[in-house]
Design a protein around this ligand. Structure first.
Ligand SMILES: Cc1ncc(COP(=O)(O)O)c(C=O)c1O
Length: 358
C-alpha cells in the first residue's frame, strides 16, 4: 500500500513537516509582502551566476506596487492627512492603480483613478472591480497624455474639498516601502550574501529603497537599475516604449539625481524574449519589465561570473496575455514574427545599452 504520508513529503508544494497553525493574516493588506524568493536554474545559459528571483506577483494585488500603495495610505492616515471621508485621487492605469484601489477599498476610501486611452482594459476592469472610479482623459496636452492626466488630477483635487493625491512619483513612502520590506526580505533570506541586485525602474522607488537599505548596512551588493530604451531616466533619450511600468517619459521628481552602480537599458524585444524564455524554460509567467530584467541579467552573465544575483520581478505575465504573449501583437508592434521570437529565446541575449555610473 502507498504510504501517502511518505510520498506527500516529496511532492512539490506539499510540505508535511511544517504546520500552518496560527499563521493567518489580518485582512488582505496584511498579505502584502513576504513574497517568494526562487532560484532559477534553467533561465541562464550557464550554471553561474546563481540567479534568485523575488516574485512580487505573489502580492495580493499582483505586483510590487501593493507595497507603496498600502504604505502611502497608512502614512497619510496615521499623520491625519486623510480620514474615512477623504477621496483619493491618483493617475495610474497600471499596478499602482490596482494597489491603491485595493488599499482604498480596504480602508473604505473613495478612489478616483485617472487613466488615458493607453490603459489596458484588464487593469481598468480590476480597478473597477475593487471599487475604484475610473476618470478617462481623452485628449493629450502638448502631445502628452501624462501632462493631461496630471492636469486632471489637479482639477479633481480642486473639485473635491477633502481629497488627497498620494503621488507615487514624489512620495517618499514609495522607496520607503521597499527599504522597510522588499529588500529586507531578500537580505534575510540570503543572509545578506548576494553580489548584484537587478531592479526595473520607472518611479525608481523600488531601486532607491533597496539601494538605500544596502548602503546603510555597508553591503557589497551592486544595484543595477534596468531602464527601457526610449526612457528619459538617467539622461536617456525619449523614444517609443511599449512595455508598461518600465522607464519614464518625463523625469519623476523622485528620480532626480538618483545614482545606481550601473544602468542597463533594454528594448521591448528584450522584454518579450525574457517573458517567453521564462515561460519556456522555467514554466513561469512573468510580466514585461520582469522579462527585461531577466534578459539584462542574461546579457551580463559572463561579466558577473560566479556570483549570486537577485532580480526583482515586479508582476505576472497574466496581465500581458494580449500583448507580450500574443504573437499577432508582437508582430504588429515590434515587426518580429512568431518564428523569430521563438528562435530568439534560445539565442544568446541581445546586448543591452549599458551605462556605468560609479
Ligand atoms: C511592472 C512594473 N515593473 C517595474 C516598475 C518600476 O517600479 P518603480 O516605480 O518602483 O521604479 C513598475 C512600476 O510601476 C511596474 O509596474
Amino acid at each position: 500500500m502507498i504510504d501517502l504520508g511518505q510520498r506527500a513529503r516529496r511532492l512539490p508544494g506539499i510540505d508535511t513537516h511544517s504546520t500552518n497553525a496560527g499563521r493567518w493574516s489580518e485582512g488582505i493588506l496584511d498579505c502584502i509582502g513576504k513574497t517568494p524568493l526562487v532560484r532559477l536554474s534553467r533561465y541562464l545559459d550557464y550554471e553561474s551566476p546563481e540567479l534568485l528571483v523575488k516574485l512580487e506577483s505573489a502580492n495580493p494585488g499582483g505586483s510590487a506596487k501593493d507595497r507603496p500603495a498600502a504604505l502611502m495610505l497608512a502614512d497619510a492616515l496615521e499623520k491625519g492627512f486623510i480620514d474615512e471621508r477623504t477621496t483619493i485621487v491618483e493617475s495610474s492605469s497600471g499596478n499602482m492603480g490596482i494597489g491603491l484601489a485595493q488599499a482604498c477599498r480596504y480602508h473604505g476610501l473613495r478612489f478616483l483613478c485617472v487613466v488615458d486611452p493607453h490603459a489596458q482594459s484588464q487593469n481598468i476592469a480590476i480597478i473597477q472591480a475593487l471599487g475604484g472610479e475610473v476618470v478617462r482623459v481623452e485628449t493629450p496636452i502638448n502631445d502628452n497624455f501624462l501632462t493631461a492626466r496630471i492636469a486632471r488630477v489637479r482639477m479633481l483635487l480642486e473639485e473635491n474639498p477633502n481629497s488627497f493625491w498620494p503621488n507615487q512619483y514624489a512620495n517618499r513612502c514609495n522607496p520607503m516601502a521597499h527599504e522597510l520590506a522588499t529588500i529586507q526580505e531578500i537580505d534575510e533570506a540570503t543572509g545578506g550574501d548576494f553580489d548584484y541586485l537587478f531592479v526595473a525602474t520607472s518611479s525608481t522607488g523600488t531601486a532607491q529603497g533597496c539601494r538605500d537599505y544596502l548602503r546603510k548596512r555597508g553591503r557589497r551588493t551592486k544595484v543595477i537599475a534596468v531602464d527601457a530604451e526610449g526612457s528619459v531616466l538617467f539622461g536617456g533619450t525619449p523614444g517609443k516604449r511599449l512595455v508598461p511600468g518600465l522607464g519614464a517619459g518625463q523625469l519623476p521628481e523622485l528620480a532626480e539625481g538618483q545614482v545606481f552602480d550601473r544602468i542597463v537599458r533594454v528594448s521591448d524585444l528584450h522584454c518579450v524574449t525574457g517573458c517567453r524564455r521564462a515561460s519556456r524554460r522555467e514554466a513561469m509567467l512573468i510580466g514585461g519589465s520582469a522579462g527585461g530584467v531577466l534578459e539584462a541579467v542574461r546579457s551580463l552573465q559572463e561579466e558577473v561570473g560566479s556570483s549570486r544575483v537577485v532580480a526583482i520581478l515586479h508582476d505576472s505575465g497574466t496581465r500581458y496575455l494580449d500583448t507580450i504573449f500574443n504573437d499577432e501583437w508582437v508582430e504588429a508592434a515590434l515587426g518580429v514574427s512568431r518564428d523569430e521570437v521563438s528562435n530568439r529565446i534560445n539565442e544568446p541575449a541581445l546586448a543591452p545599452t549599458s551605462k556605468v555610473t560609479e
